[in-house]
Design a protein around this ligand. Structure first.
Ligand code: SD4
Length: 331
């Protein structure tokens, strides 16, 4: 059923999927147009993110349920993990590169296809917010390294030491062997990619990470690369990734998944195809993890990963759930 018919017949309802207060908010011509090709029922607002980051989706939900927009929701949602020093793959407390520097990658993308990213950012906790300022207050999409850091200070972000005692101690131990051996679902664990749809049906996404632990100095992963670690097309949906970024970049994974949804695949089917493309390029490799999550315009979601152990967090008006992801390699 198309949206206009649905509105005419709105007393029929679709229990559990859409509520009267949400319908009441459908008053913008813009969102009516963007819904013309969308079959109902729909599930808005909604926020999903990689892994079991319940606090992050709860924060996003707080924004969405108060009528806030999806851009604010994803920014504020992932900021929870950036500030959490116990999350050693995002923001403050993140594991350093092999030289002991914590370097952050992040990006954000809005309903209009605007995007901003920071790459190899040091000494600033909220990389995603710097990325948003790049998007909104510069003519650029990406700022890297010292330039990104300088820009952040100009915008009032404060300098912080991101290397916690815990991450420093682990790095010191690692230096004794200096072996680069990412551990599936442990060392690759915890990058947060978030996608949200607000009450007006507008989609935004954000992704933020300290990247692979003990990486080469200067290494950049998929997370700040629009199309790789994150992609949003407000007509279709969004996708985001976690895991070994090099492989996600090689397939431009998130863009691929959104395009597959455009061609008619469900979010689940699109994520499965995304992982399959990666495995097709890595016929003899099984020693790495990647997880994708995706959402389409209706608010349907999907996820897929290489190894068992990945999950995603989802918050809707029905509450919060952590959804285990199916995997290419079976348990
Ligand atoms: C990267 N994709 O830098 C990130 C790492 C990651 O959880 O996802 N860690 O390649």
């Amino acid at each position: 059923m198309k949206r206009r018919n649905f509105l005419k017949n709105s007393t029929i309802g679709t229990a559990g999927l859409i509520t009267a207060p949400i319908l009441a908010s459908f008053d913008s011509t813009e969102s009516i147009n963007s819904l013309d090709n969308v079959d109902l029922p729909i599930q808005w607002p909604i926020a999903i993110c990689t892994w079991n980051f319940a606090n992050a989706t709860a924060k996003a939900w707080e924004v969405l349920s108060a009528g806030g927009n999806s851009l604010d929701a994803v920014e504020q949602g992932v900021m929870v993990e950036e500030a959490d020093v116990n999350n050693q793959t995002v923001g403050k407390g993140g594991r350093p590169d092999r030289d002991g520097h914590v370097t952050l990658d992040a990006c954000i993308m809005d309903k209009d296809g605007n995007c901003g990213a920071v790459i190899y950012l040091q000494n600033i906790t909220h990389a995603v917010s710097v990325a948003r300022r790049v998007m909104e207050e510069t003519p650029h999409v990406m700022l890297a390294g010292k330039g990104a850091e300088q820009f952040a200070y100009e915008k009032g972000f404060k300098k912080e030491d991101l290397l916690t005692d815990k991450s420093k101690a682990e790095w010191t131990t690692w230096k004794k062997t200096s072996q680069y051996k990412p551990v599936i679902n442990i060392e690759n664990h915890d990058t947060i990619g978030m996608l949200a749809i607000d009450k007006n049906g507008e989609i935004s996404g954000a992704c933020t990470t300290s990247g692979m632990a003990y990486k080469y100095g200067g290494r950049v992963g998929d997370s700040p690369i629009i199309g790789a670690g994150l992609f949003v097309d407000n007509e279709v949906g969004g996708a985001t990734a976690t895991g070994v970024g090099e492989e996600v970049v090689r397939t431009v994974g998130s863009f691929l998944i959104v395009e597959l949804m455009r061609q008619g695949k469900t979010p689940q089917e699109a994520c499965e195809e995304g992982v399959k493309r990666i495995m097709d390029k890595n016929k003899d490799r099984r020693d790495f993890q990647i997880g994708f999550i995706a959402i389409n315009k209706k608010g349907e979601t999907g996820s897929y990963c290489i190894h068992p152990g990945f999950s995603y967090s989802m918050y809707t008006k029905a509450g919060q759930v952590n959804k285990p992801s199916e995997s290419y390699i079976k348990p």
